[in-house]
Design a protein around this ligand. Structure first.
Ligand SMILES: [Zn+2]
Ligand SMILES: [Zn+2]
Length: 194
């Protein structure tokens, strides 16, 4: 399901942009983003011969530094927050247990895929994390991370200069104007913003 390194972007059938760029609003993109975690979670359970459920999830969440980030994020999804009663780590900005779990998740292991730019997997996980929990992140930043995500999924990593140039270009734009860029990412491969 997750695109391989170097694969071209695909148009989403649920929103005007490429696949992965529409979450959290586009249900199809949201499902694709969630599948990044769920696929690895199922592979992990199969490898370890473990049952799915909150018991295994709690063990993983206790030692995030021992597991792949996708396994940790999928585990948190299976735990109920005692503060907000939602999935742990995804609650509203003011929920303390969620904020704590959200911070801890970054201790998890990130392994670049063969052929991907070094540091690509970290960028993928940060952007996935932001689109799955946009609370407290400025809307402009969420939009930019959504624009980048389909490209990151293909294994690329923008240089700092390129990322800063994209930020500078969009600084004077309104949110609607940035939103209008999404279909253009598909129209023009190598479009200069991402
Ligand atoms: Zn979509
Ligand atoms: Zn919470």
């Amino acid at each position: 399901m997750r695109p391989g390194v170097g694969e071209p972007l695909r148009a989403c059938t649920g929103c005007p942009g490429p696949e992965y760029s529409g979450a959290p609003d586009c249900a199809r993109c949201r499902g694709l983003v969630d599948a990044v975690l769920e696929e690895e979670w199922r592979a992990f359970l199969l490898r370890e011969g473990l049952p799915d459920g909150p018991e295994v999830a709690a063990l993983v969440a206790e030692e995030p530094q021992r597991y792949d980030w996708r396994v940790v994020d999928a585990a948190l999804e299976r735990l109920v927050c005692e503060g907000c009663a939602g999935p742990l780590g995804r609650g509203p900005a003011g929920c303390a247990p969620c904020a704590l779990a959200h911070g801890f998740r970054y201790a998890a292991v990130e392994t670049d895929r063969p052929g991907a730019a070094p540091g690509n997997e970290h960028a993928v996980r940060v952007n996935v994390s932001v689109v799955r929990r946009p609370q407290g992140v400025p809307e402009r930043e969420v939009l930019l991370r959504r624009l980048w995500l389909p490209w990151l999924m293909t294994g690329v990593l923008p240089t700092t200069e390129r990322a800063q140039a994209a930020k500078a270009r969009t600084r004077g734009m309104g949110l609607a104007e940035i939103g209008a860029l999404f279909p253009r990412v598909l129209d023009a491969p190598g479009f200069t913003l991402p």
